[in-house]
Design a protein around this ligand. Structure first.
Ligand SMILES: Nc1ncnc2c1ncn2[C@@H]1O[C@H](COP(=O)(O)OP(=O)(O)OP(=O)(O)O)[C@@H](O)[C@H]1O
Length: 258
């Protein structure tokens, strides 16, 4: 469904002594429908840059992103806008993604109005009801402000908001990095459940091999902007050290090859 071909991104830094930083170089991968690609790597290896390239937040220096057979750089701006709504991204700081002055209900309604998916507040509330159900949240949360809810609840709201736009692909960039270990497992299980129910494709970015092993059908490992591993996590990652045995808390249906 989505393919990255030799994606490359250089950044230029500095005003006087300009320096070129190679953030991502010749990165290629595929994400088939309904499957999860894990992207693993240490800090600074280029994971977030790949995510930003896919989401269209930055332009590649070279390489192509092909979505359902169409090269994204060749899309008209209207087509590109449609694609963007089909690809949503969530980040590691859910509280930063929510406006502290906006109630949760308004945070969920706003993108639905912006993308013209609803005509009225009433229609929006019906849609929100199903989003809360999908993300296993209670309606009690709707009148609250982001600072009145927990980090785990905030991440569920961010996921619900992204799902409201009916994406076909969700990029989750370290979605559990800021959460307690027990909540991390809940959020990853939730993403797995949602994928099973909706057929969503996922790109899950994490520095944690246990997270990748538990959730991804296939993975790439990155180092200094390049792909250094590519394959099925169980086959290419070393066995878990058991310190964070997330694997045992998640369903095991997600182990089929691609
Ligand atoms: N806008 C930018 N301008 C200049 N350099 C950048 C920019 N964004 C990223 N970089 C550099 O590109 C490299 C890759 O960064 P990136 O954020 O993609 O890594 P990462 O693997 O996501 O790291 P982390 O896990 O710490 O978020 C780093 O050397 C980073 O400093």
């Amino acid at each position: 469904m989505l393919e990255a071909i030799n994606l490359t991104k250089y950044f230029t830094q500095g005003l006087l002594n300009q320096k070129t930083i190679c953030a991502v170089e010749n990165v290629s991968f595929q994400v088939p429908p309904g499957k999860t690609l894990g992207i693993m790597g240490t800090s600074g290896s280029g994971k977030t840059t790949v995510a930003k390239l896919l989401a269209g937040l930055i332009r590649p220096t070279a390489g192509q992103i092909v979505y359902k057979g169409t090269v994204l750089s060749e899309l008209s701006s209207a087509q590109a806008r449609l694609f963007r709504s089909k690809l949503q991204m969530i980040f590691q700081h859910p509280s930063l993604a929510l406006d502290p002055r906006q109630t949760i209900v308004d945070a969920l309604l706003e993108p639905l109005f912006v993308h013209k998916l609803i005509d009225s507040r009433r229609q929006g509330l019906a849609k929100i009801d199903s989003l809360l159900h999908l993300t296993q949240l209670s309606a009690d949360i709707l009148p609250k402000y982001p600072w009145q809810i927990s980090g785990g609840q905030a991440q569920r709201i961010v996921i619900a908001r992204a799902l409201g736009l009916e994406p076909e692909l969700l990029i989750a960039d370290e979605p559990t990095a800021m959460l307690d270990v027990s909540i991390q497992a809940q959020i990853l299980t939730l993403l797995n459940d949602i994928q099973r129910q909706t057929g969503l494709s996922l790109i899950l970015i994490s520095h944690d091999p246990d997270v990748i092993r538990a959730c991804a059908d296939r993975m790439i490992g990155m180092e200094e902007g390049k792909v250094v591993m590519n394959g099925i996590p169980a086959a290419i990652l070393p066995p878990s050290d058991g310190l964070f045995a997330l694997r045992n808390t998640l369903p095991t249906y997600n182990t089929g090859g691609l």
